[in-house]
Design a protein. Structure first.
Length: 568
């Protein structure tokens, strides 16, 4: 392909009737004030979409427009262009066409970028237009820091040497000591974790090696392995960052710190635990600059969403969200708080730890070291004249009873509890020693939830169920099993070969109606469970999971995994 011609984006959009002359004038004035690229001004002002810009450029220049969401990118080909230039020019090398390289660019009219890419690749270039947002996402996904992390780990090994060093004593003697290889290694680990949307980082010393793993969409993946010698140095640096006791290696410790990755603030919750071969470190990553928390964005079915919203708008009562660790309970509660938050209401949270910081809400973190436990903070919070109180977890009888009494006396109380499903939750409260009358008079509703992995939309393909899967589906679908279409992800560059990308929620809601409350006062728990199941009308976690399968959102194996968690 010959060198592209220089064109004016605004004129192209006007000619193709995607933009008015008035909008172009406003955008040019905005560009002059802000210094932003004109295309970005068009998109951010809502005049056109990125897809419309890409399509217009493709038509004007007579080159193809490629949707990267459905393009299986070869990382080795992409890396022929260094990351710095790929980010600078918003460009990806997509194919080696034996004599020419296919390069996708968000702005194929950038002549300087074209010349520079051709110089680096030393080959002829064929251009395609790609969406800028998709280019940036692909760059983040492909130019991972795996090699850098391995190199920095080896550098740290050489820095540590073979000698046995007491890093705790060394840091205590020289608190300003900067172990550059350690800092570089950790920064690279955090950069890579953010790029692949990891929720947790696990640093685990084994007998001969140190392994670093990332939890992505609920599943652990090995990032790298390094020499066991660097484990104490990493543990020390992380303890210093989170103000933990660097001399204490025999007891578990918990703390937190914040890092900045690609202009994003990430809060890190850290837990250290002594193991046979050293201190195991687990870090939970909480992005504080992510999307606004909204109940309608977490995958709740419309029927359950409408009921849940109406329930949390009530002036008093206890609302519980249940599920195992890592099932999204905190996200659901914070999404509810974000909708309830207003200047007319006082909101107080009691948490361990505070996971997300929300403006306008009084958030308190418990501290067992100074006897600042849930019950004590909750008593104090109720003297602060709150309208809504969030209790991070109903851990014991005392906390549960204080929360229920608060719900009886005009407060809306939101909290979590670890149970298998919604129907068993009132019984669990009673097992904790909470009187039946308190459960019946204060508990408004129980929302049970799980998280399932979502099929990668870039590699979704039809799937034929196995006999076991077909039999399991028939319990919910009966004779409709053969009428439905099923899908799975075959694995591609967008999902790192996993076939899944992202997660969504699976929910069931038990509302404590008069009939359910009467059943709760019956000493026979089986009677209560029957009434509770009838009240939910079959809208269970299992049914919602099967609905996601039918919609092509998740796989049968994921739905079966959820079912196994809630069935004995």
């Amino acid at each position: 392909m010959s060198r592209p011609e220089k064109v004016r984006l605004g004129e192209i959009l006007v000619q193709q009737k995607l933009l008015s002359e008035e909008q172009l004038g406003l955008a040019l004035a905005d560009q002059k004030r802000s210094g932003r690229k004109l295309g970005r001004v068009f998109v951010e002002n809502g005049y056109v979409t990125e897809e419309q810009i890409a399509g217009a450029l493709a038509r004007q220049l007579s080159i193809p427009y490629l949707n990267l969401k459905f393009y299986n990118i070869n990382p080795e080909i992409v890396r022929m262009l260094p990351e710095t230039q790929a980010r600078r020019f918003r460009a990806l090398v997509l194919e080696d066409r034996h004599g020419a390289m296919l390069v996708g660019m968000s702005d194929p009219t950038d002549l300087f970028a074209y010349d520079e890419i051709a110089r680096i690749l030393k080959q002829n270039i064929e251009l395609a237009v790609v969406n800028e947002t998709e280019v940036v996402a692909a760059i983040d996904r492909i130019y991972r820091r795996t090699e850098d992390i391995s190199d920095l780990a080896r550098e740290l090994e050489q820095d540590v040497g073979d000698a046995s060093v007491d890093f705790g004593a060394l840091a205590a003697a020289n608190p300003n000591l900067e172990e550059a290889p350690v800092v570089k290694l950790l920064q690279s680990v955090f950069d890579d974790a953010a790029q692949v949307r990891a929720s947790d980082i696990h640093i685990e010393p084994q007998e001969a090696r140190l392994q670093i793993r990332f939890r992505i969409d609920g599943v652990l993946h090995l990032q790298t392995e390094a020499d066991i010698k660097i484990a104490p140095s990493l543990a020390l640096r992380l303890k210093l960052m989170s103000d933990l006791d660097i001399s204490e290696k025999r007891l578990p410790q918990d703390g937190r710190f914040a890092v900045r990755v690609k202009n994003q603030r990430i809060d890190v919750r850290i837990s250290s635990m002594p193991t046979q071969y050293g201190e195991s470190i687990v870090m939970r990553l909480l992005n504080q600059t992510g999307a606004q928390l909204r109940l309608d964005a977490i995958g709740m079915p419309r029927g359950i969403l409408d009921k849940f919203r109406a329930i949390v708008q009530r002036p008093n009562g206890l609302v519980l969200v249940t599920g195992p660790t890592g099932s999204g309970k905190t996200t659901t509660l914070y999404s509810a708080l974000a909708e309830l938050n207003s200047v007319e209401k006082k909101l107080i949270t009691v948490e361990d730890p505070v996971e997300y910081r929300l403006a306008g809400i009084n958030q308190v973190q418990v501290n067992d070291k100074i006897d600042l436990d849930f019950a004590r903070v909750l008593r104090s919070a109720l003297r602060q004249d709150p309208d809504i109180v969030l209790v991070g977890e109903m851990r014991d009888q005392e906390t549960a009873q204080i929360g229920l009494r608060a719900a009886m006396t005009g407060h809306l109380v939101l909290s979590t509890l670890h149970t298998n499903d919604a129907a068993s939750t009132p019984l669990r409260l009673m097992d904790m020693g909470v009187p039946r009358y308190m459960v019946g008079s204060s508990l408004q509703a129980v929302l049970a939830q799980r998280l399932v992995r979502v099929i990668c939309e870039s590699c979704t393909t039809p799937y034929e169920p196995t006999p076991t899967e077909r039999e399991w589906l028939s319990q919910e679908l009966n004779d409709k099993v053969d009428k439905a279409r099923y899908f799975h992800g075959k694995g591609c560059s967008h999902c790192n070969g996993m076939g899944y990308r992202g997660r969504t929620g699976v929910y069931e809601l038990l509302e404590m109606t008069r009939t359910v409350v009467d059943a709760a006062n019956d000493p026979d728990p089986s009677h209560f469970l029957r009434v509770a199941q009838q009240q939910m009308g079959g809208d269970t976690l299992r049914r919602h999971a099967v609905q996601l399968v039918i919609q092509g959102r998740t796989t049968i194996s994921e739905a079966m995994r959820i079912s196994n968690q809630v069935e004995d």
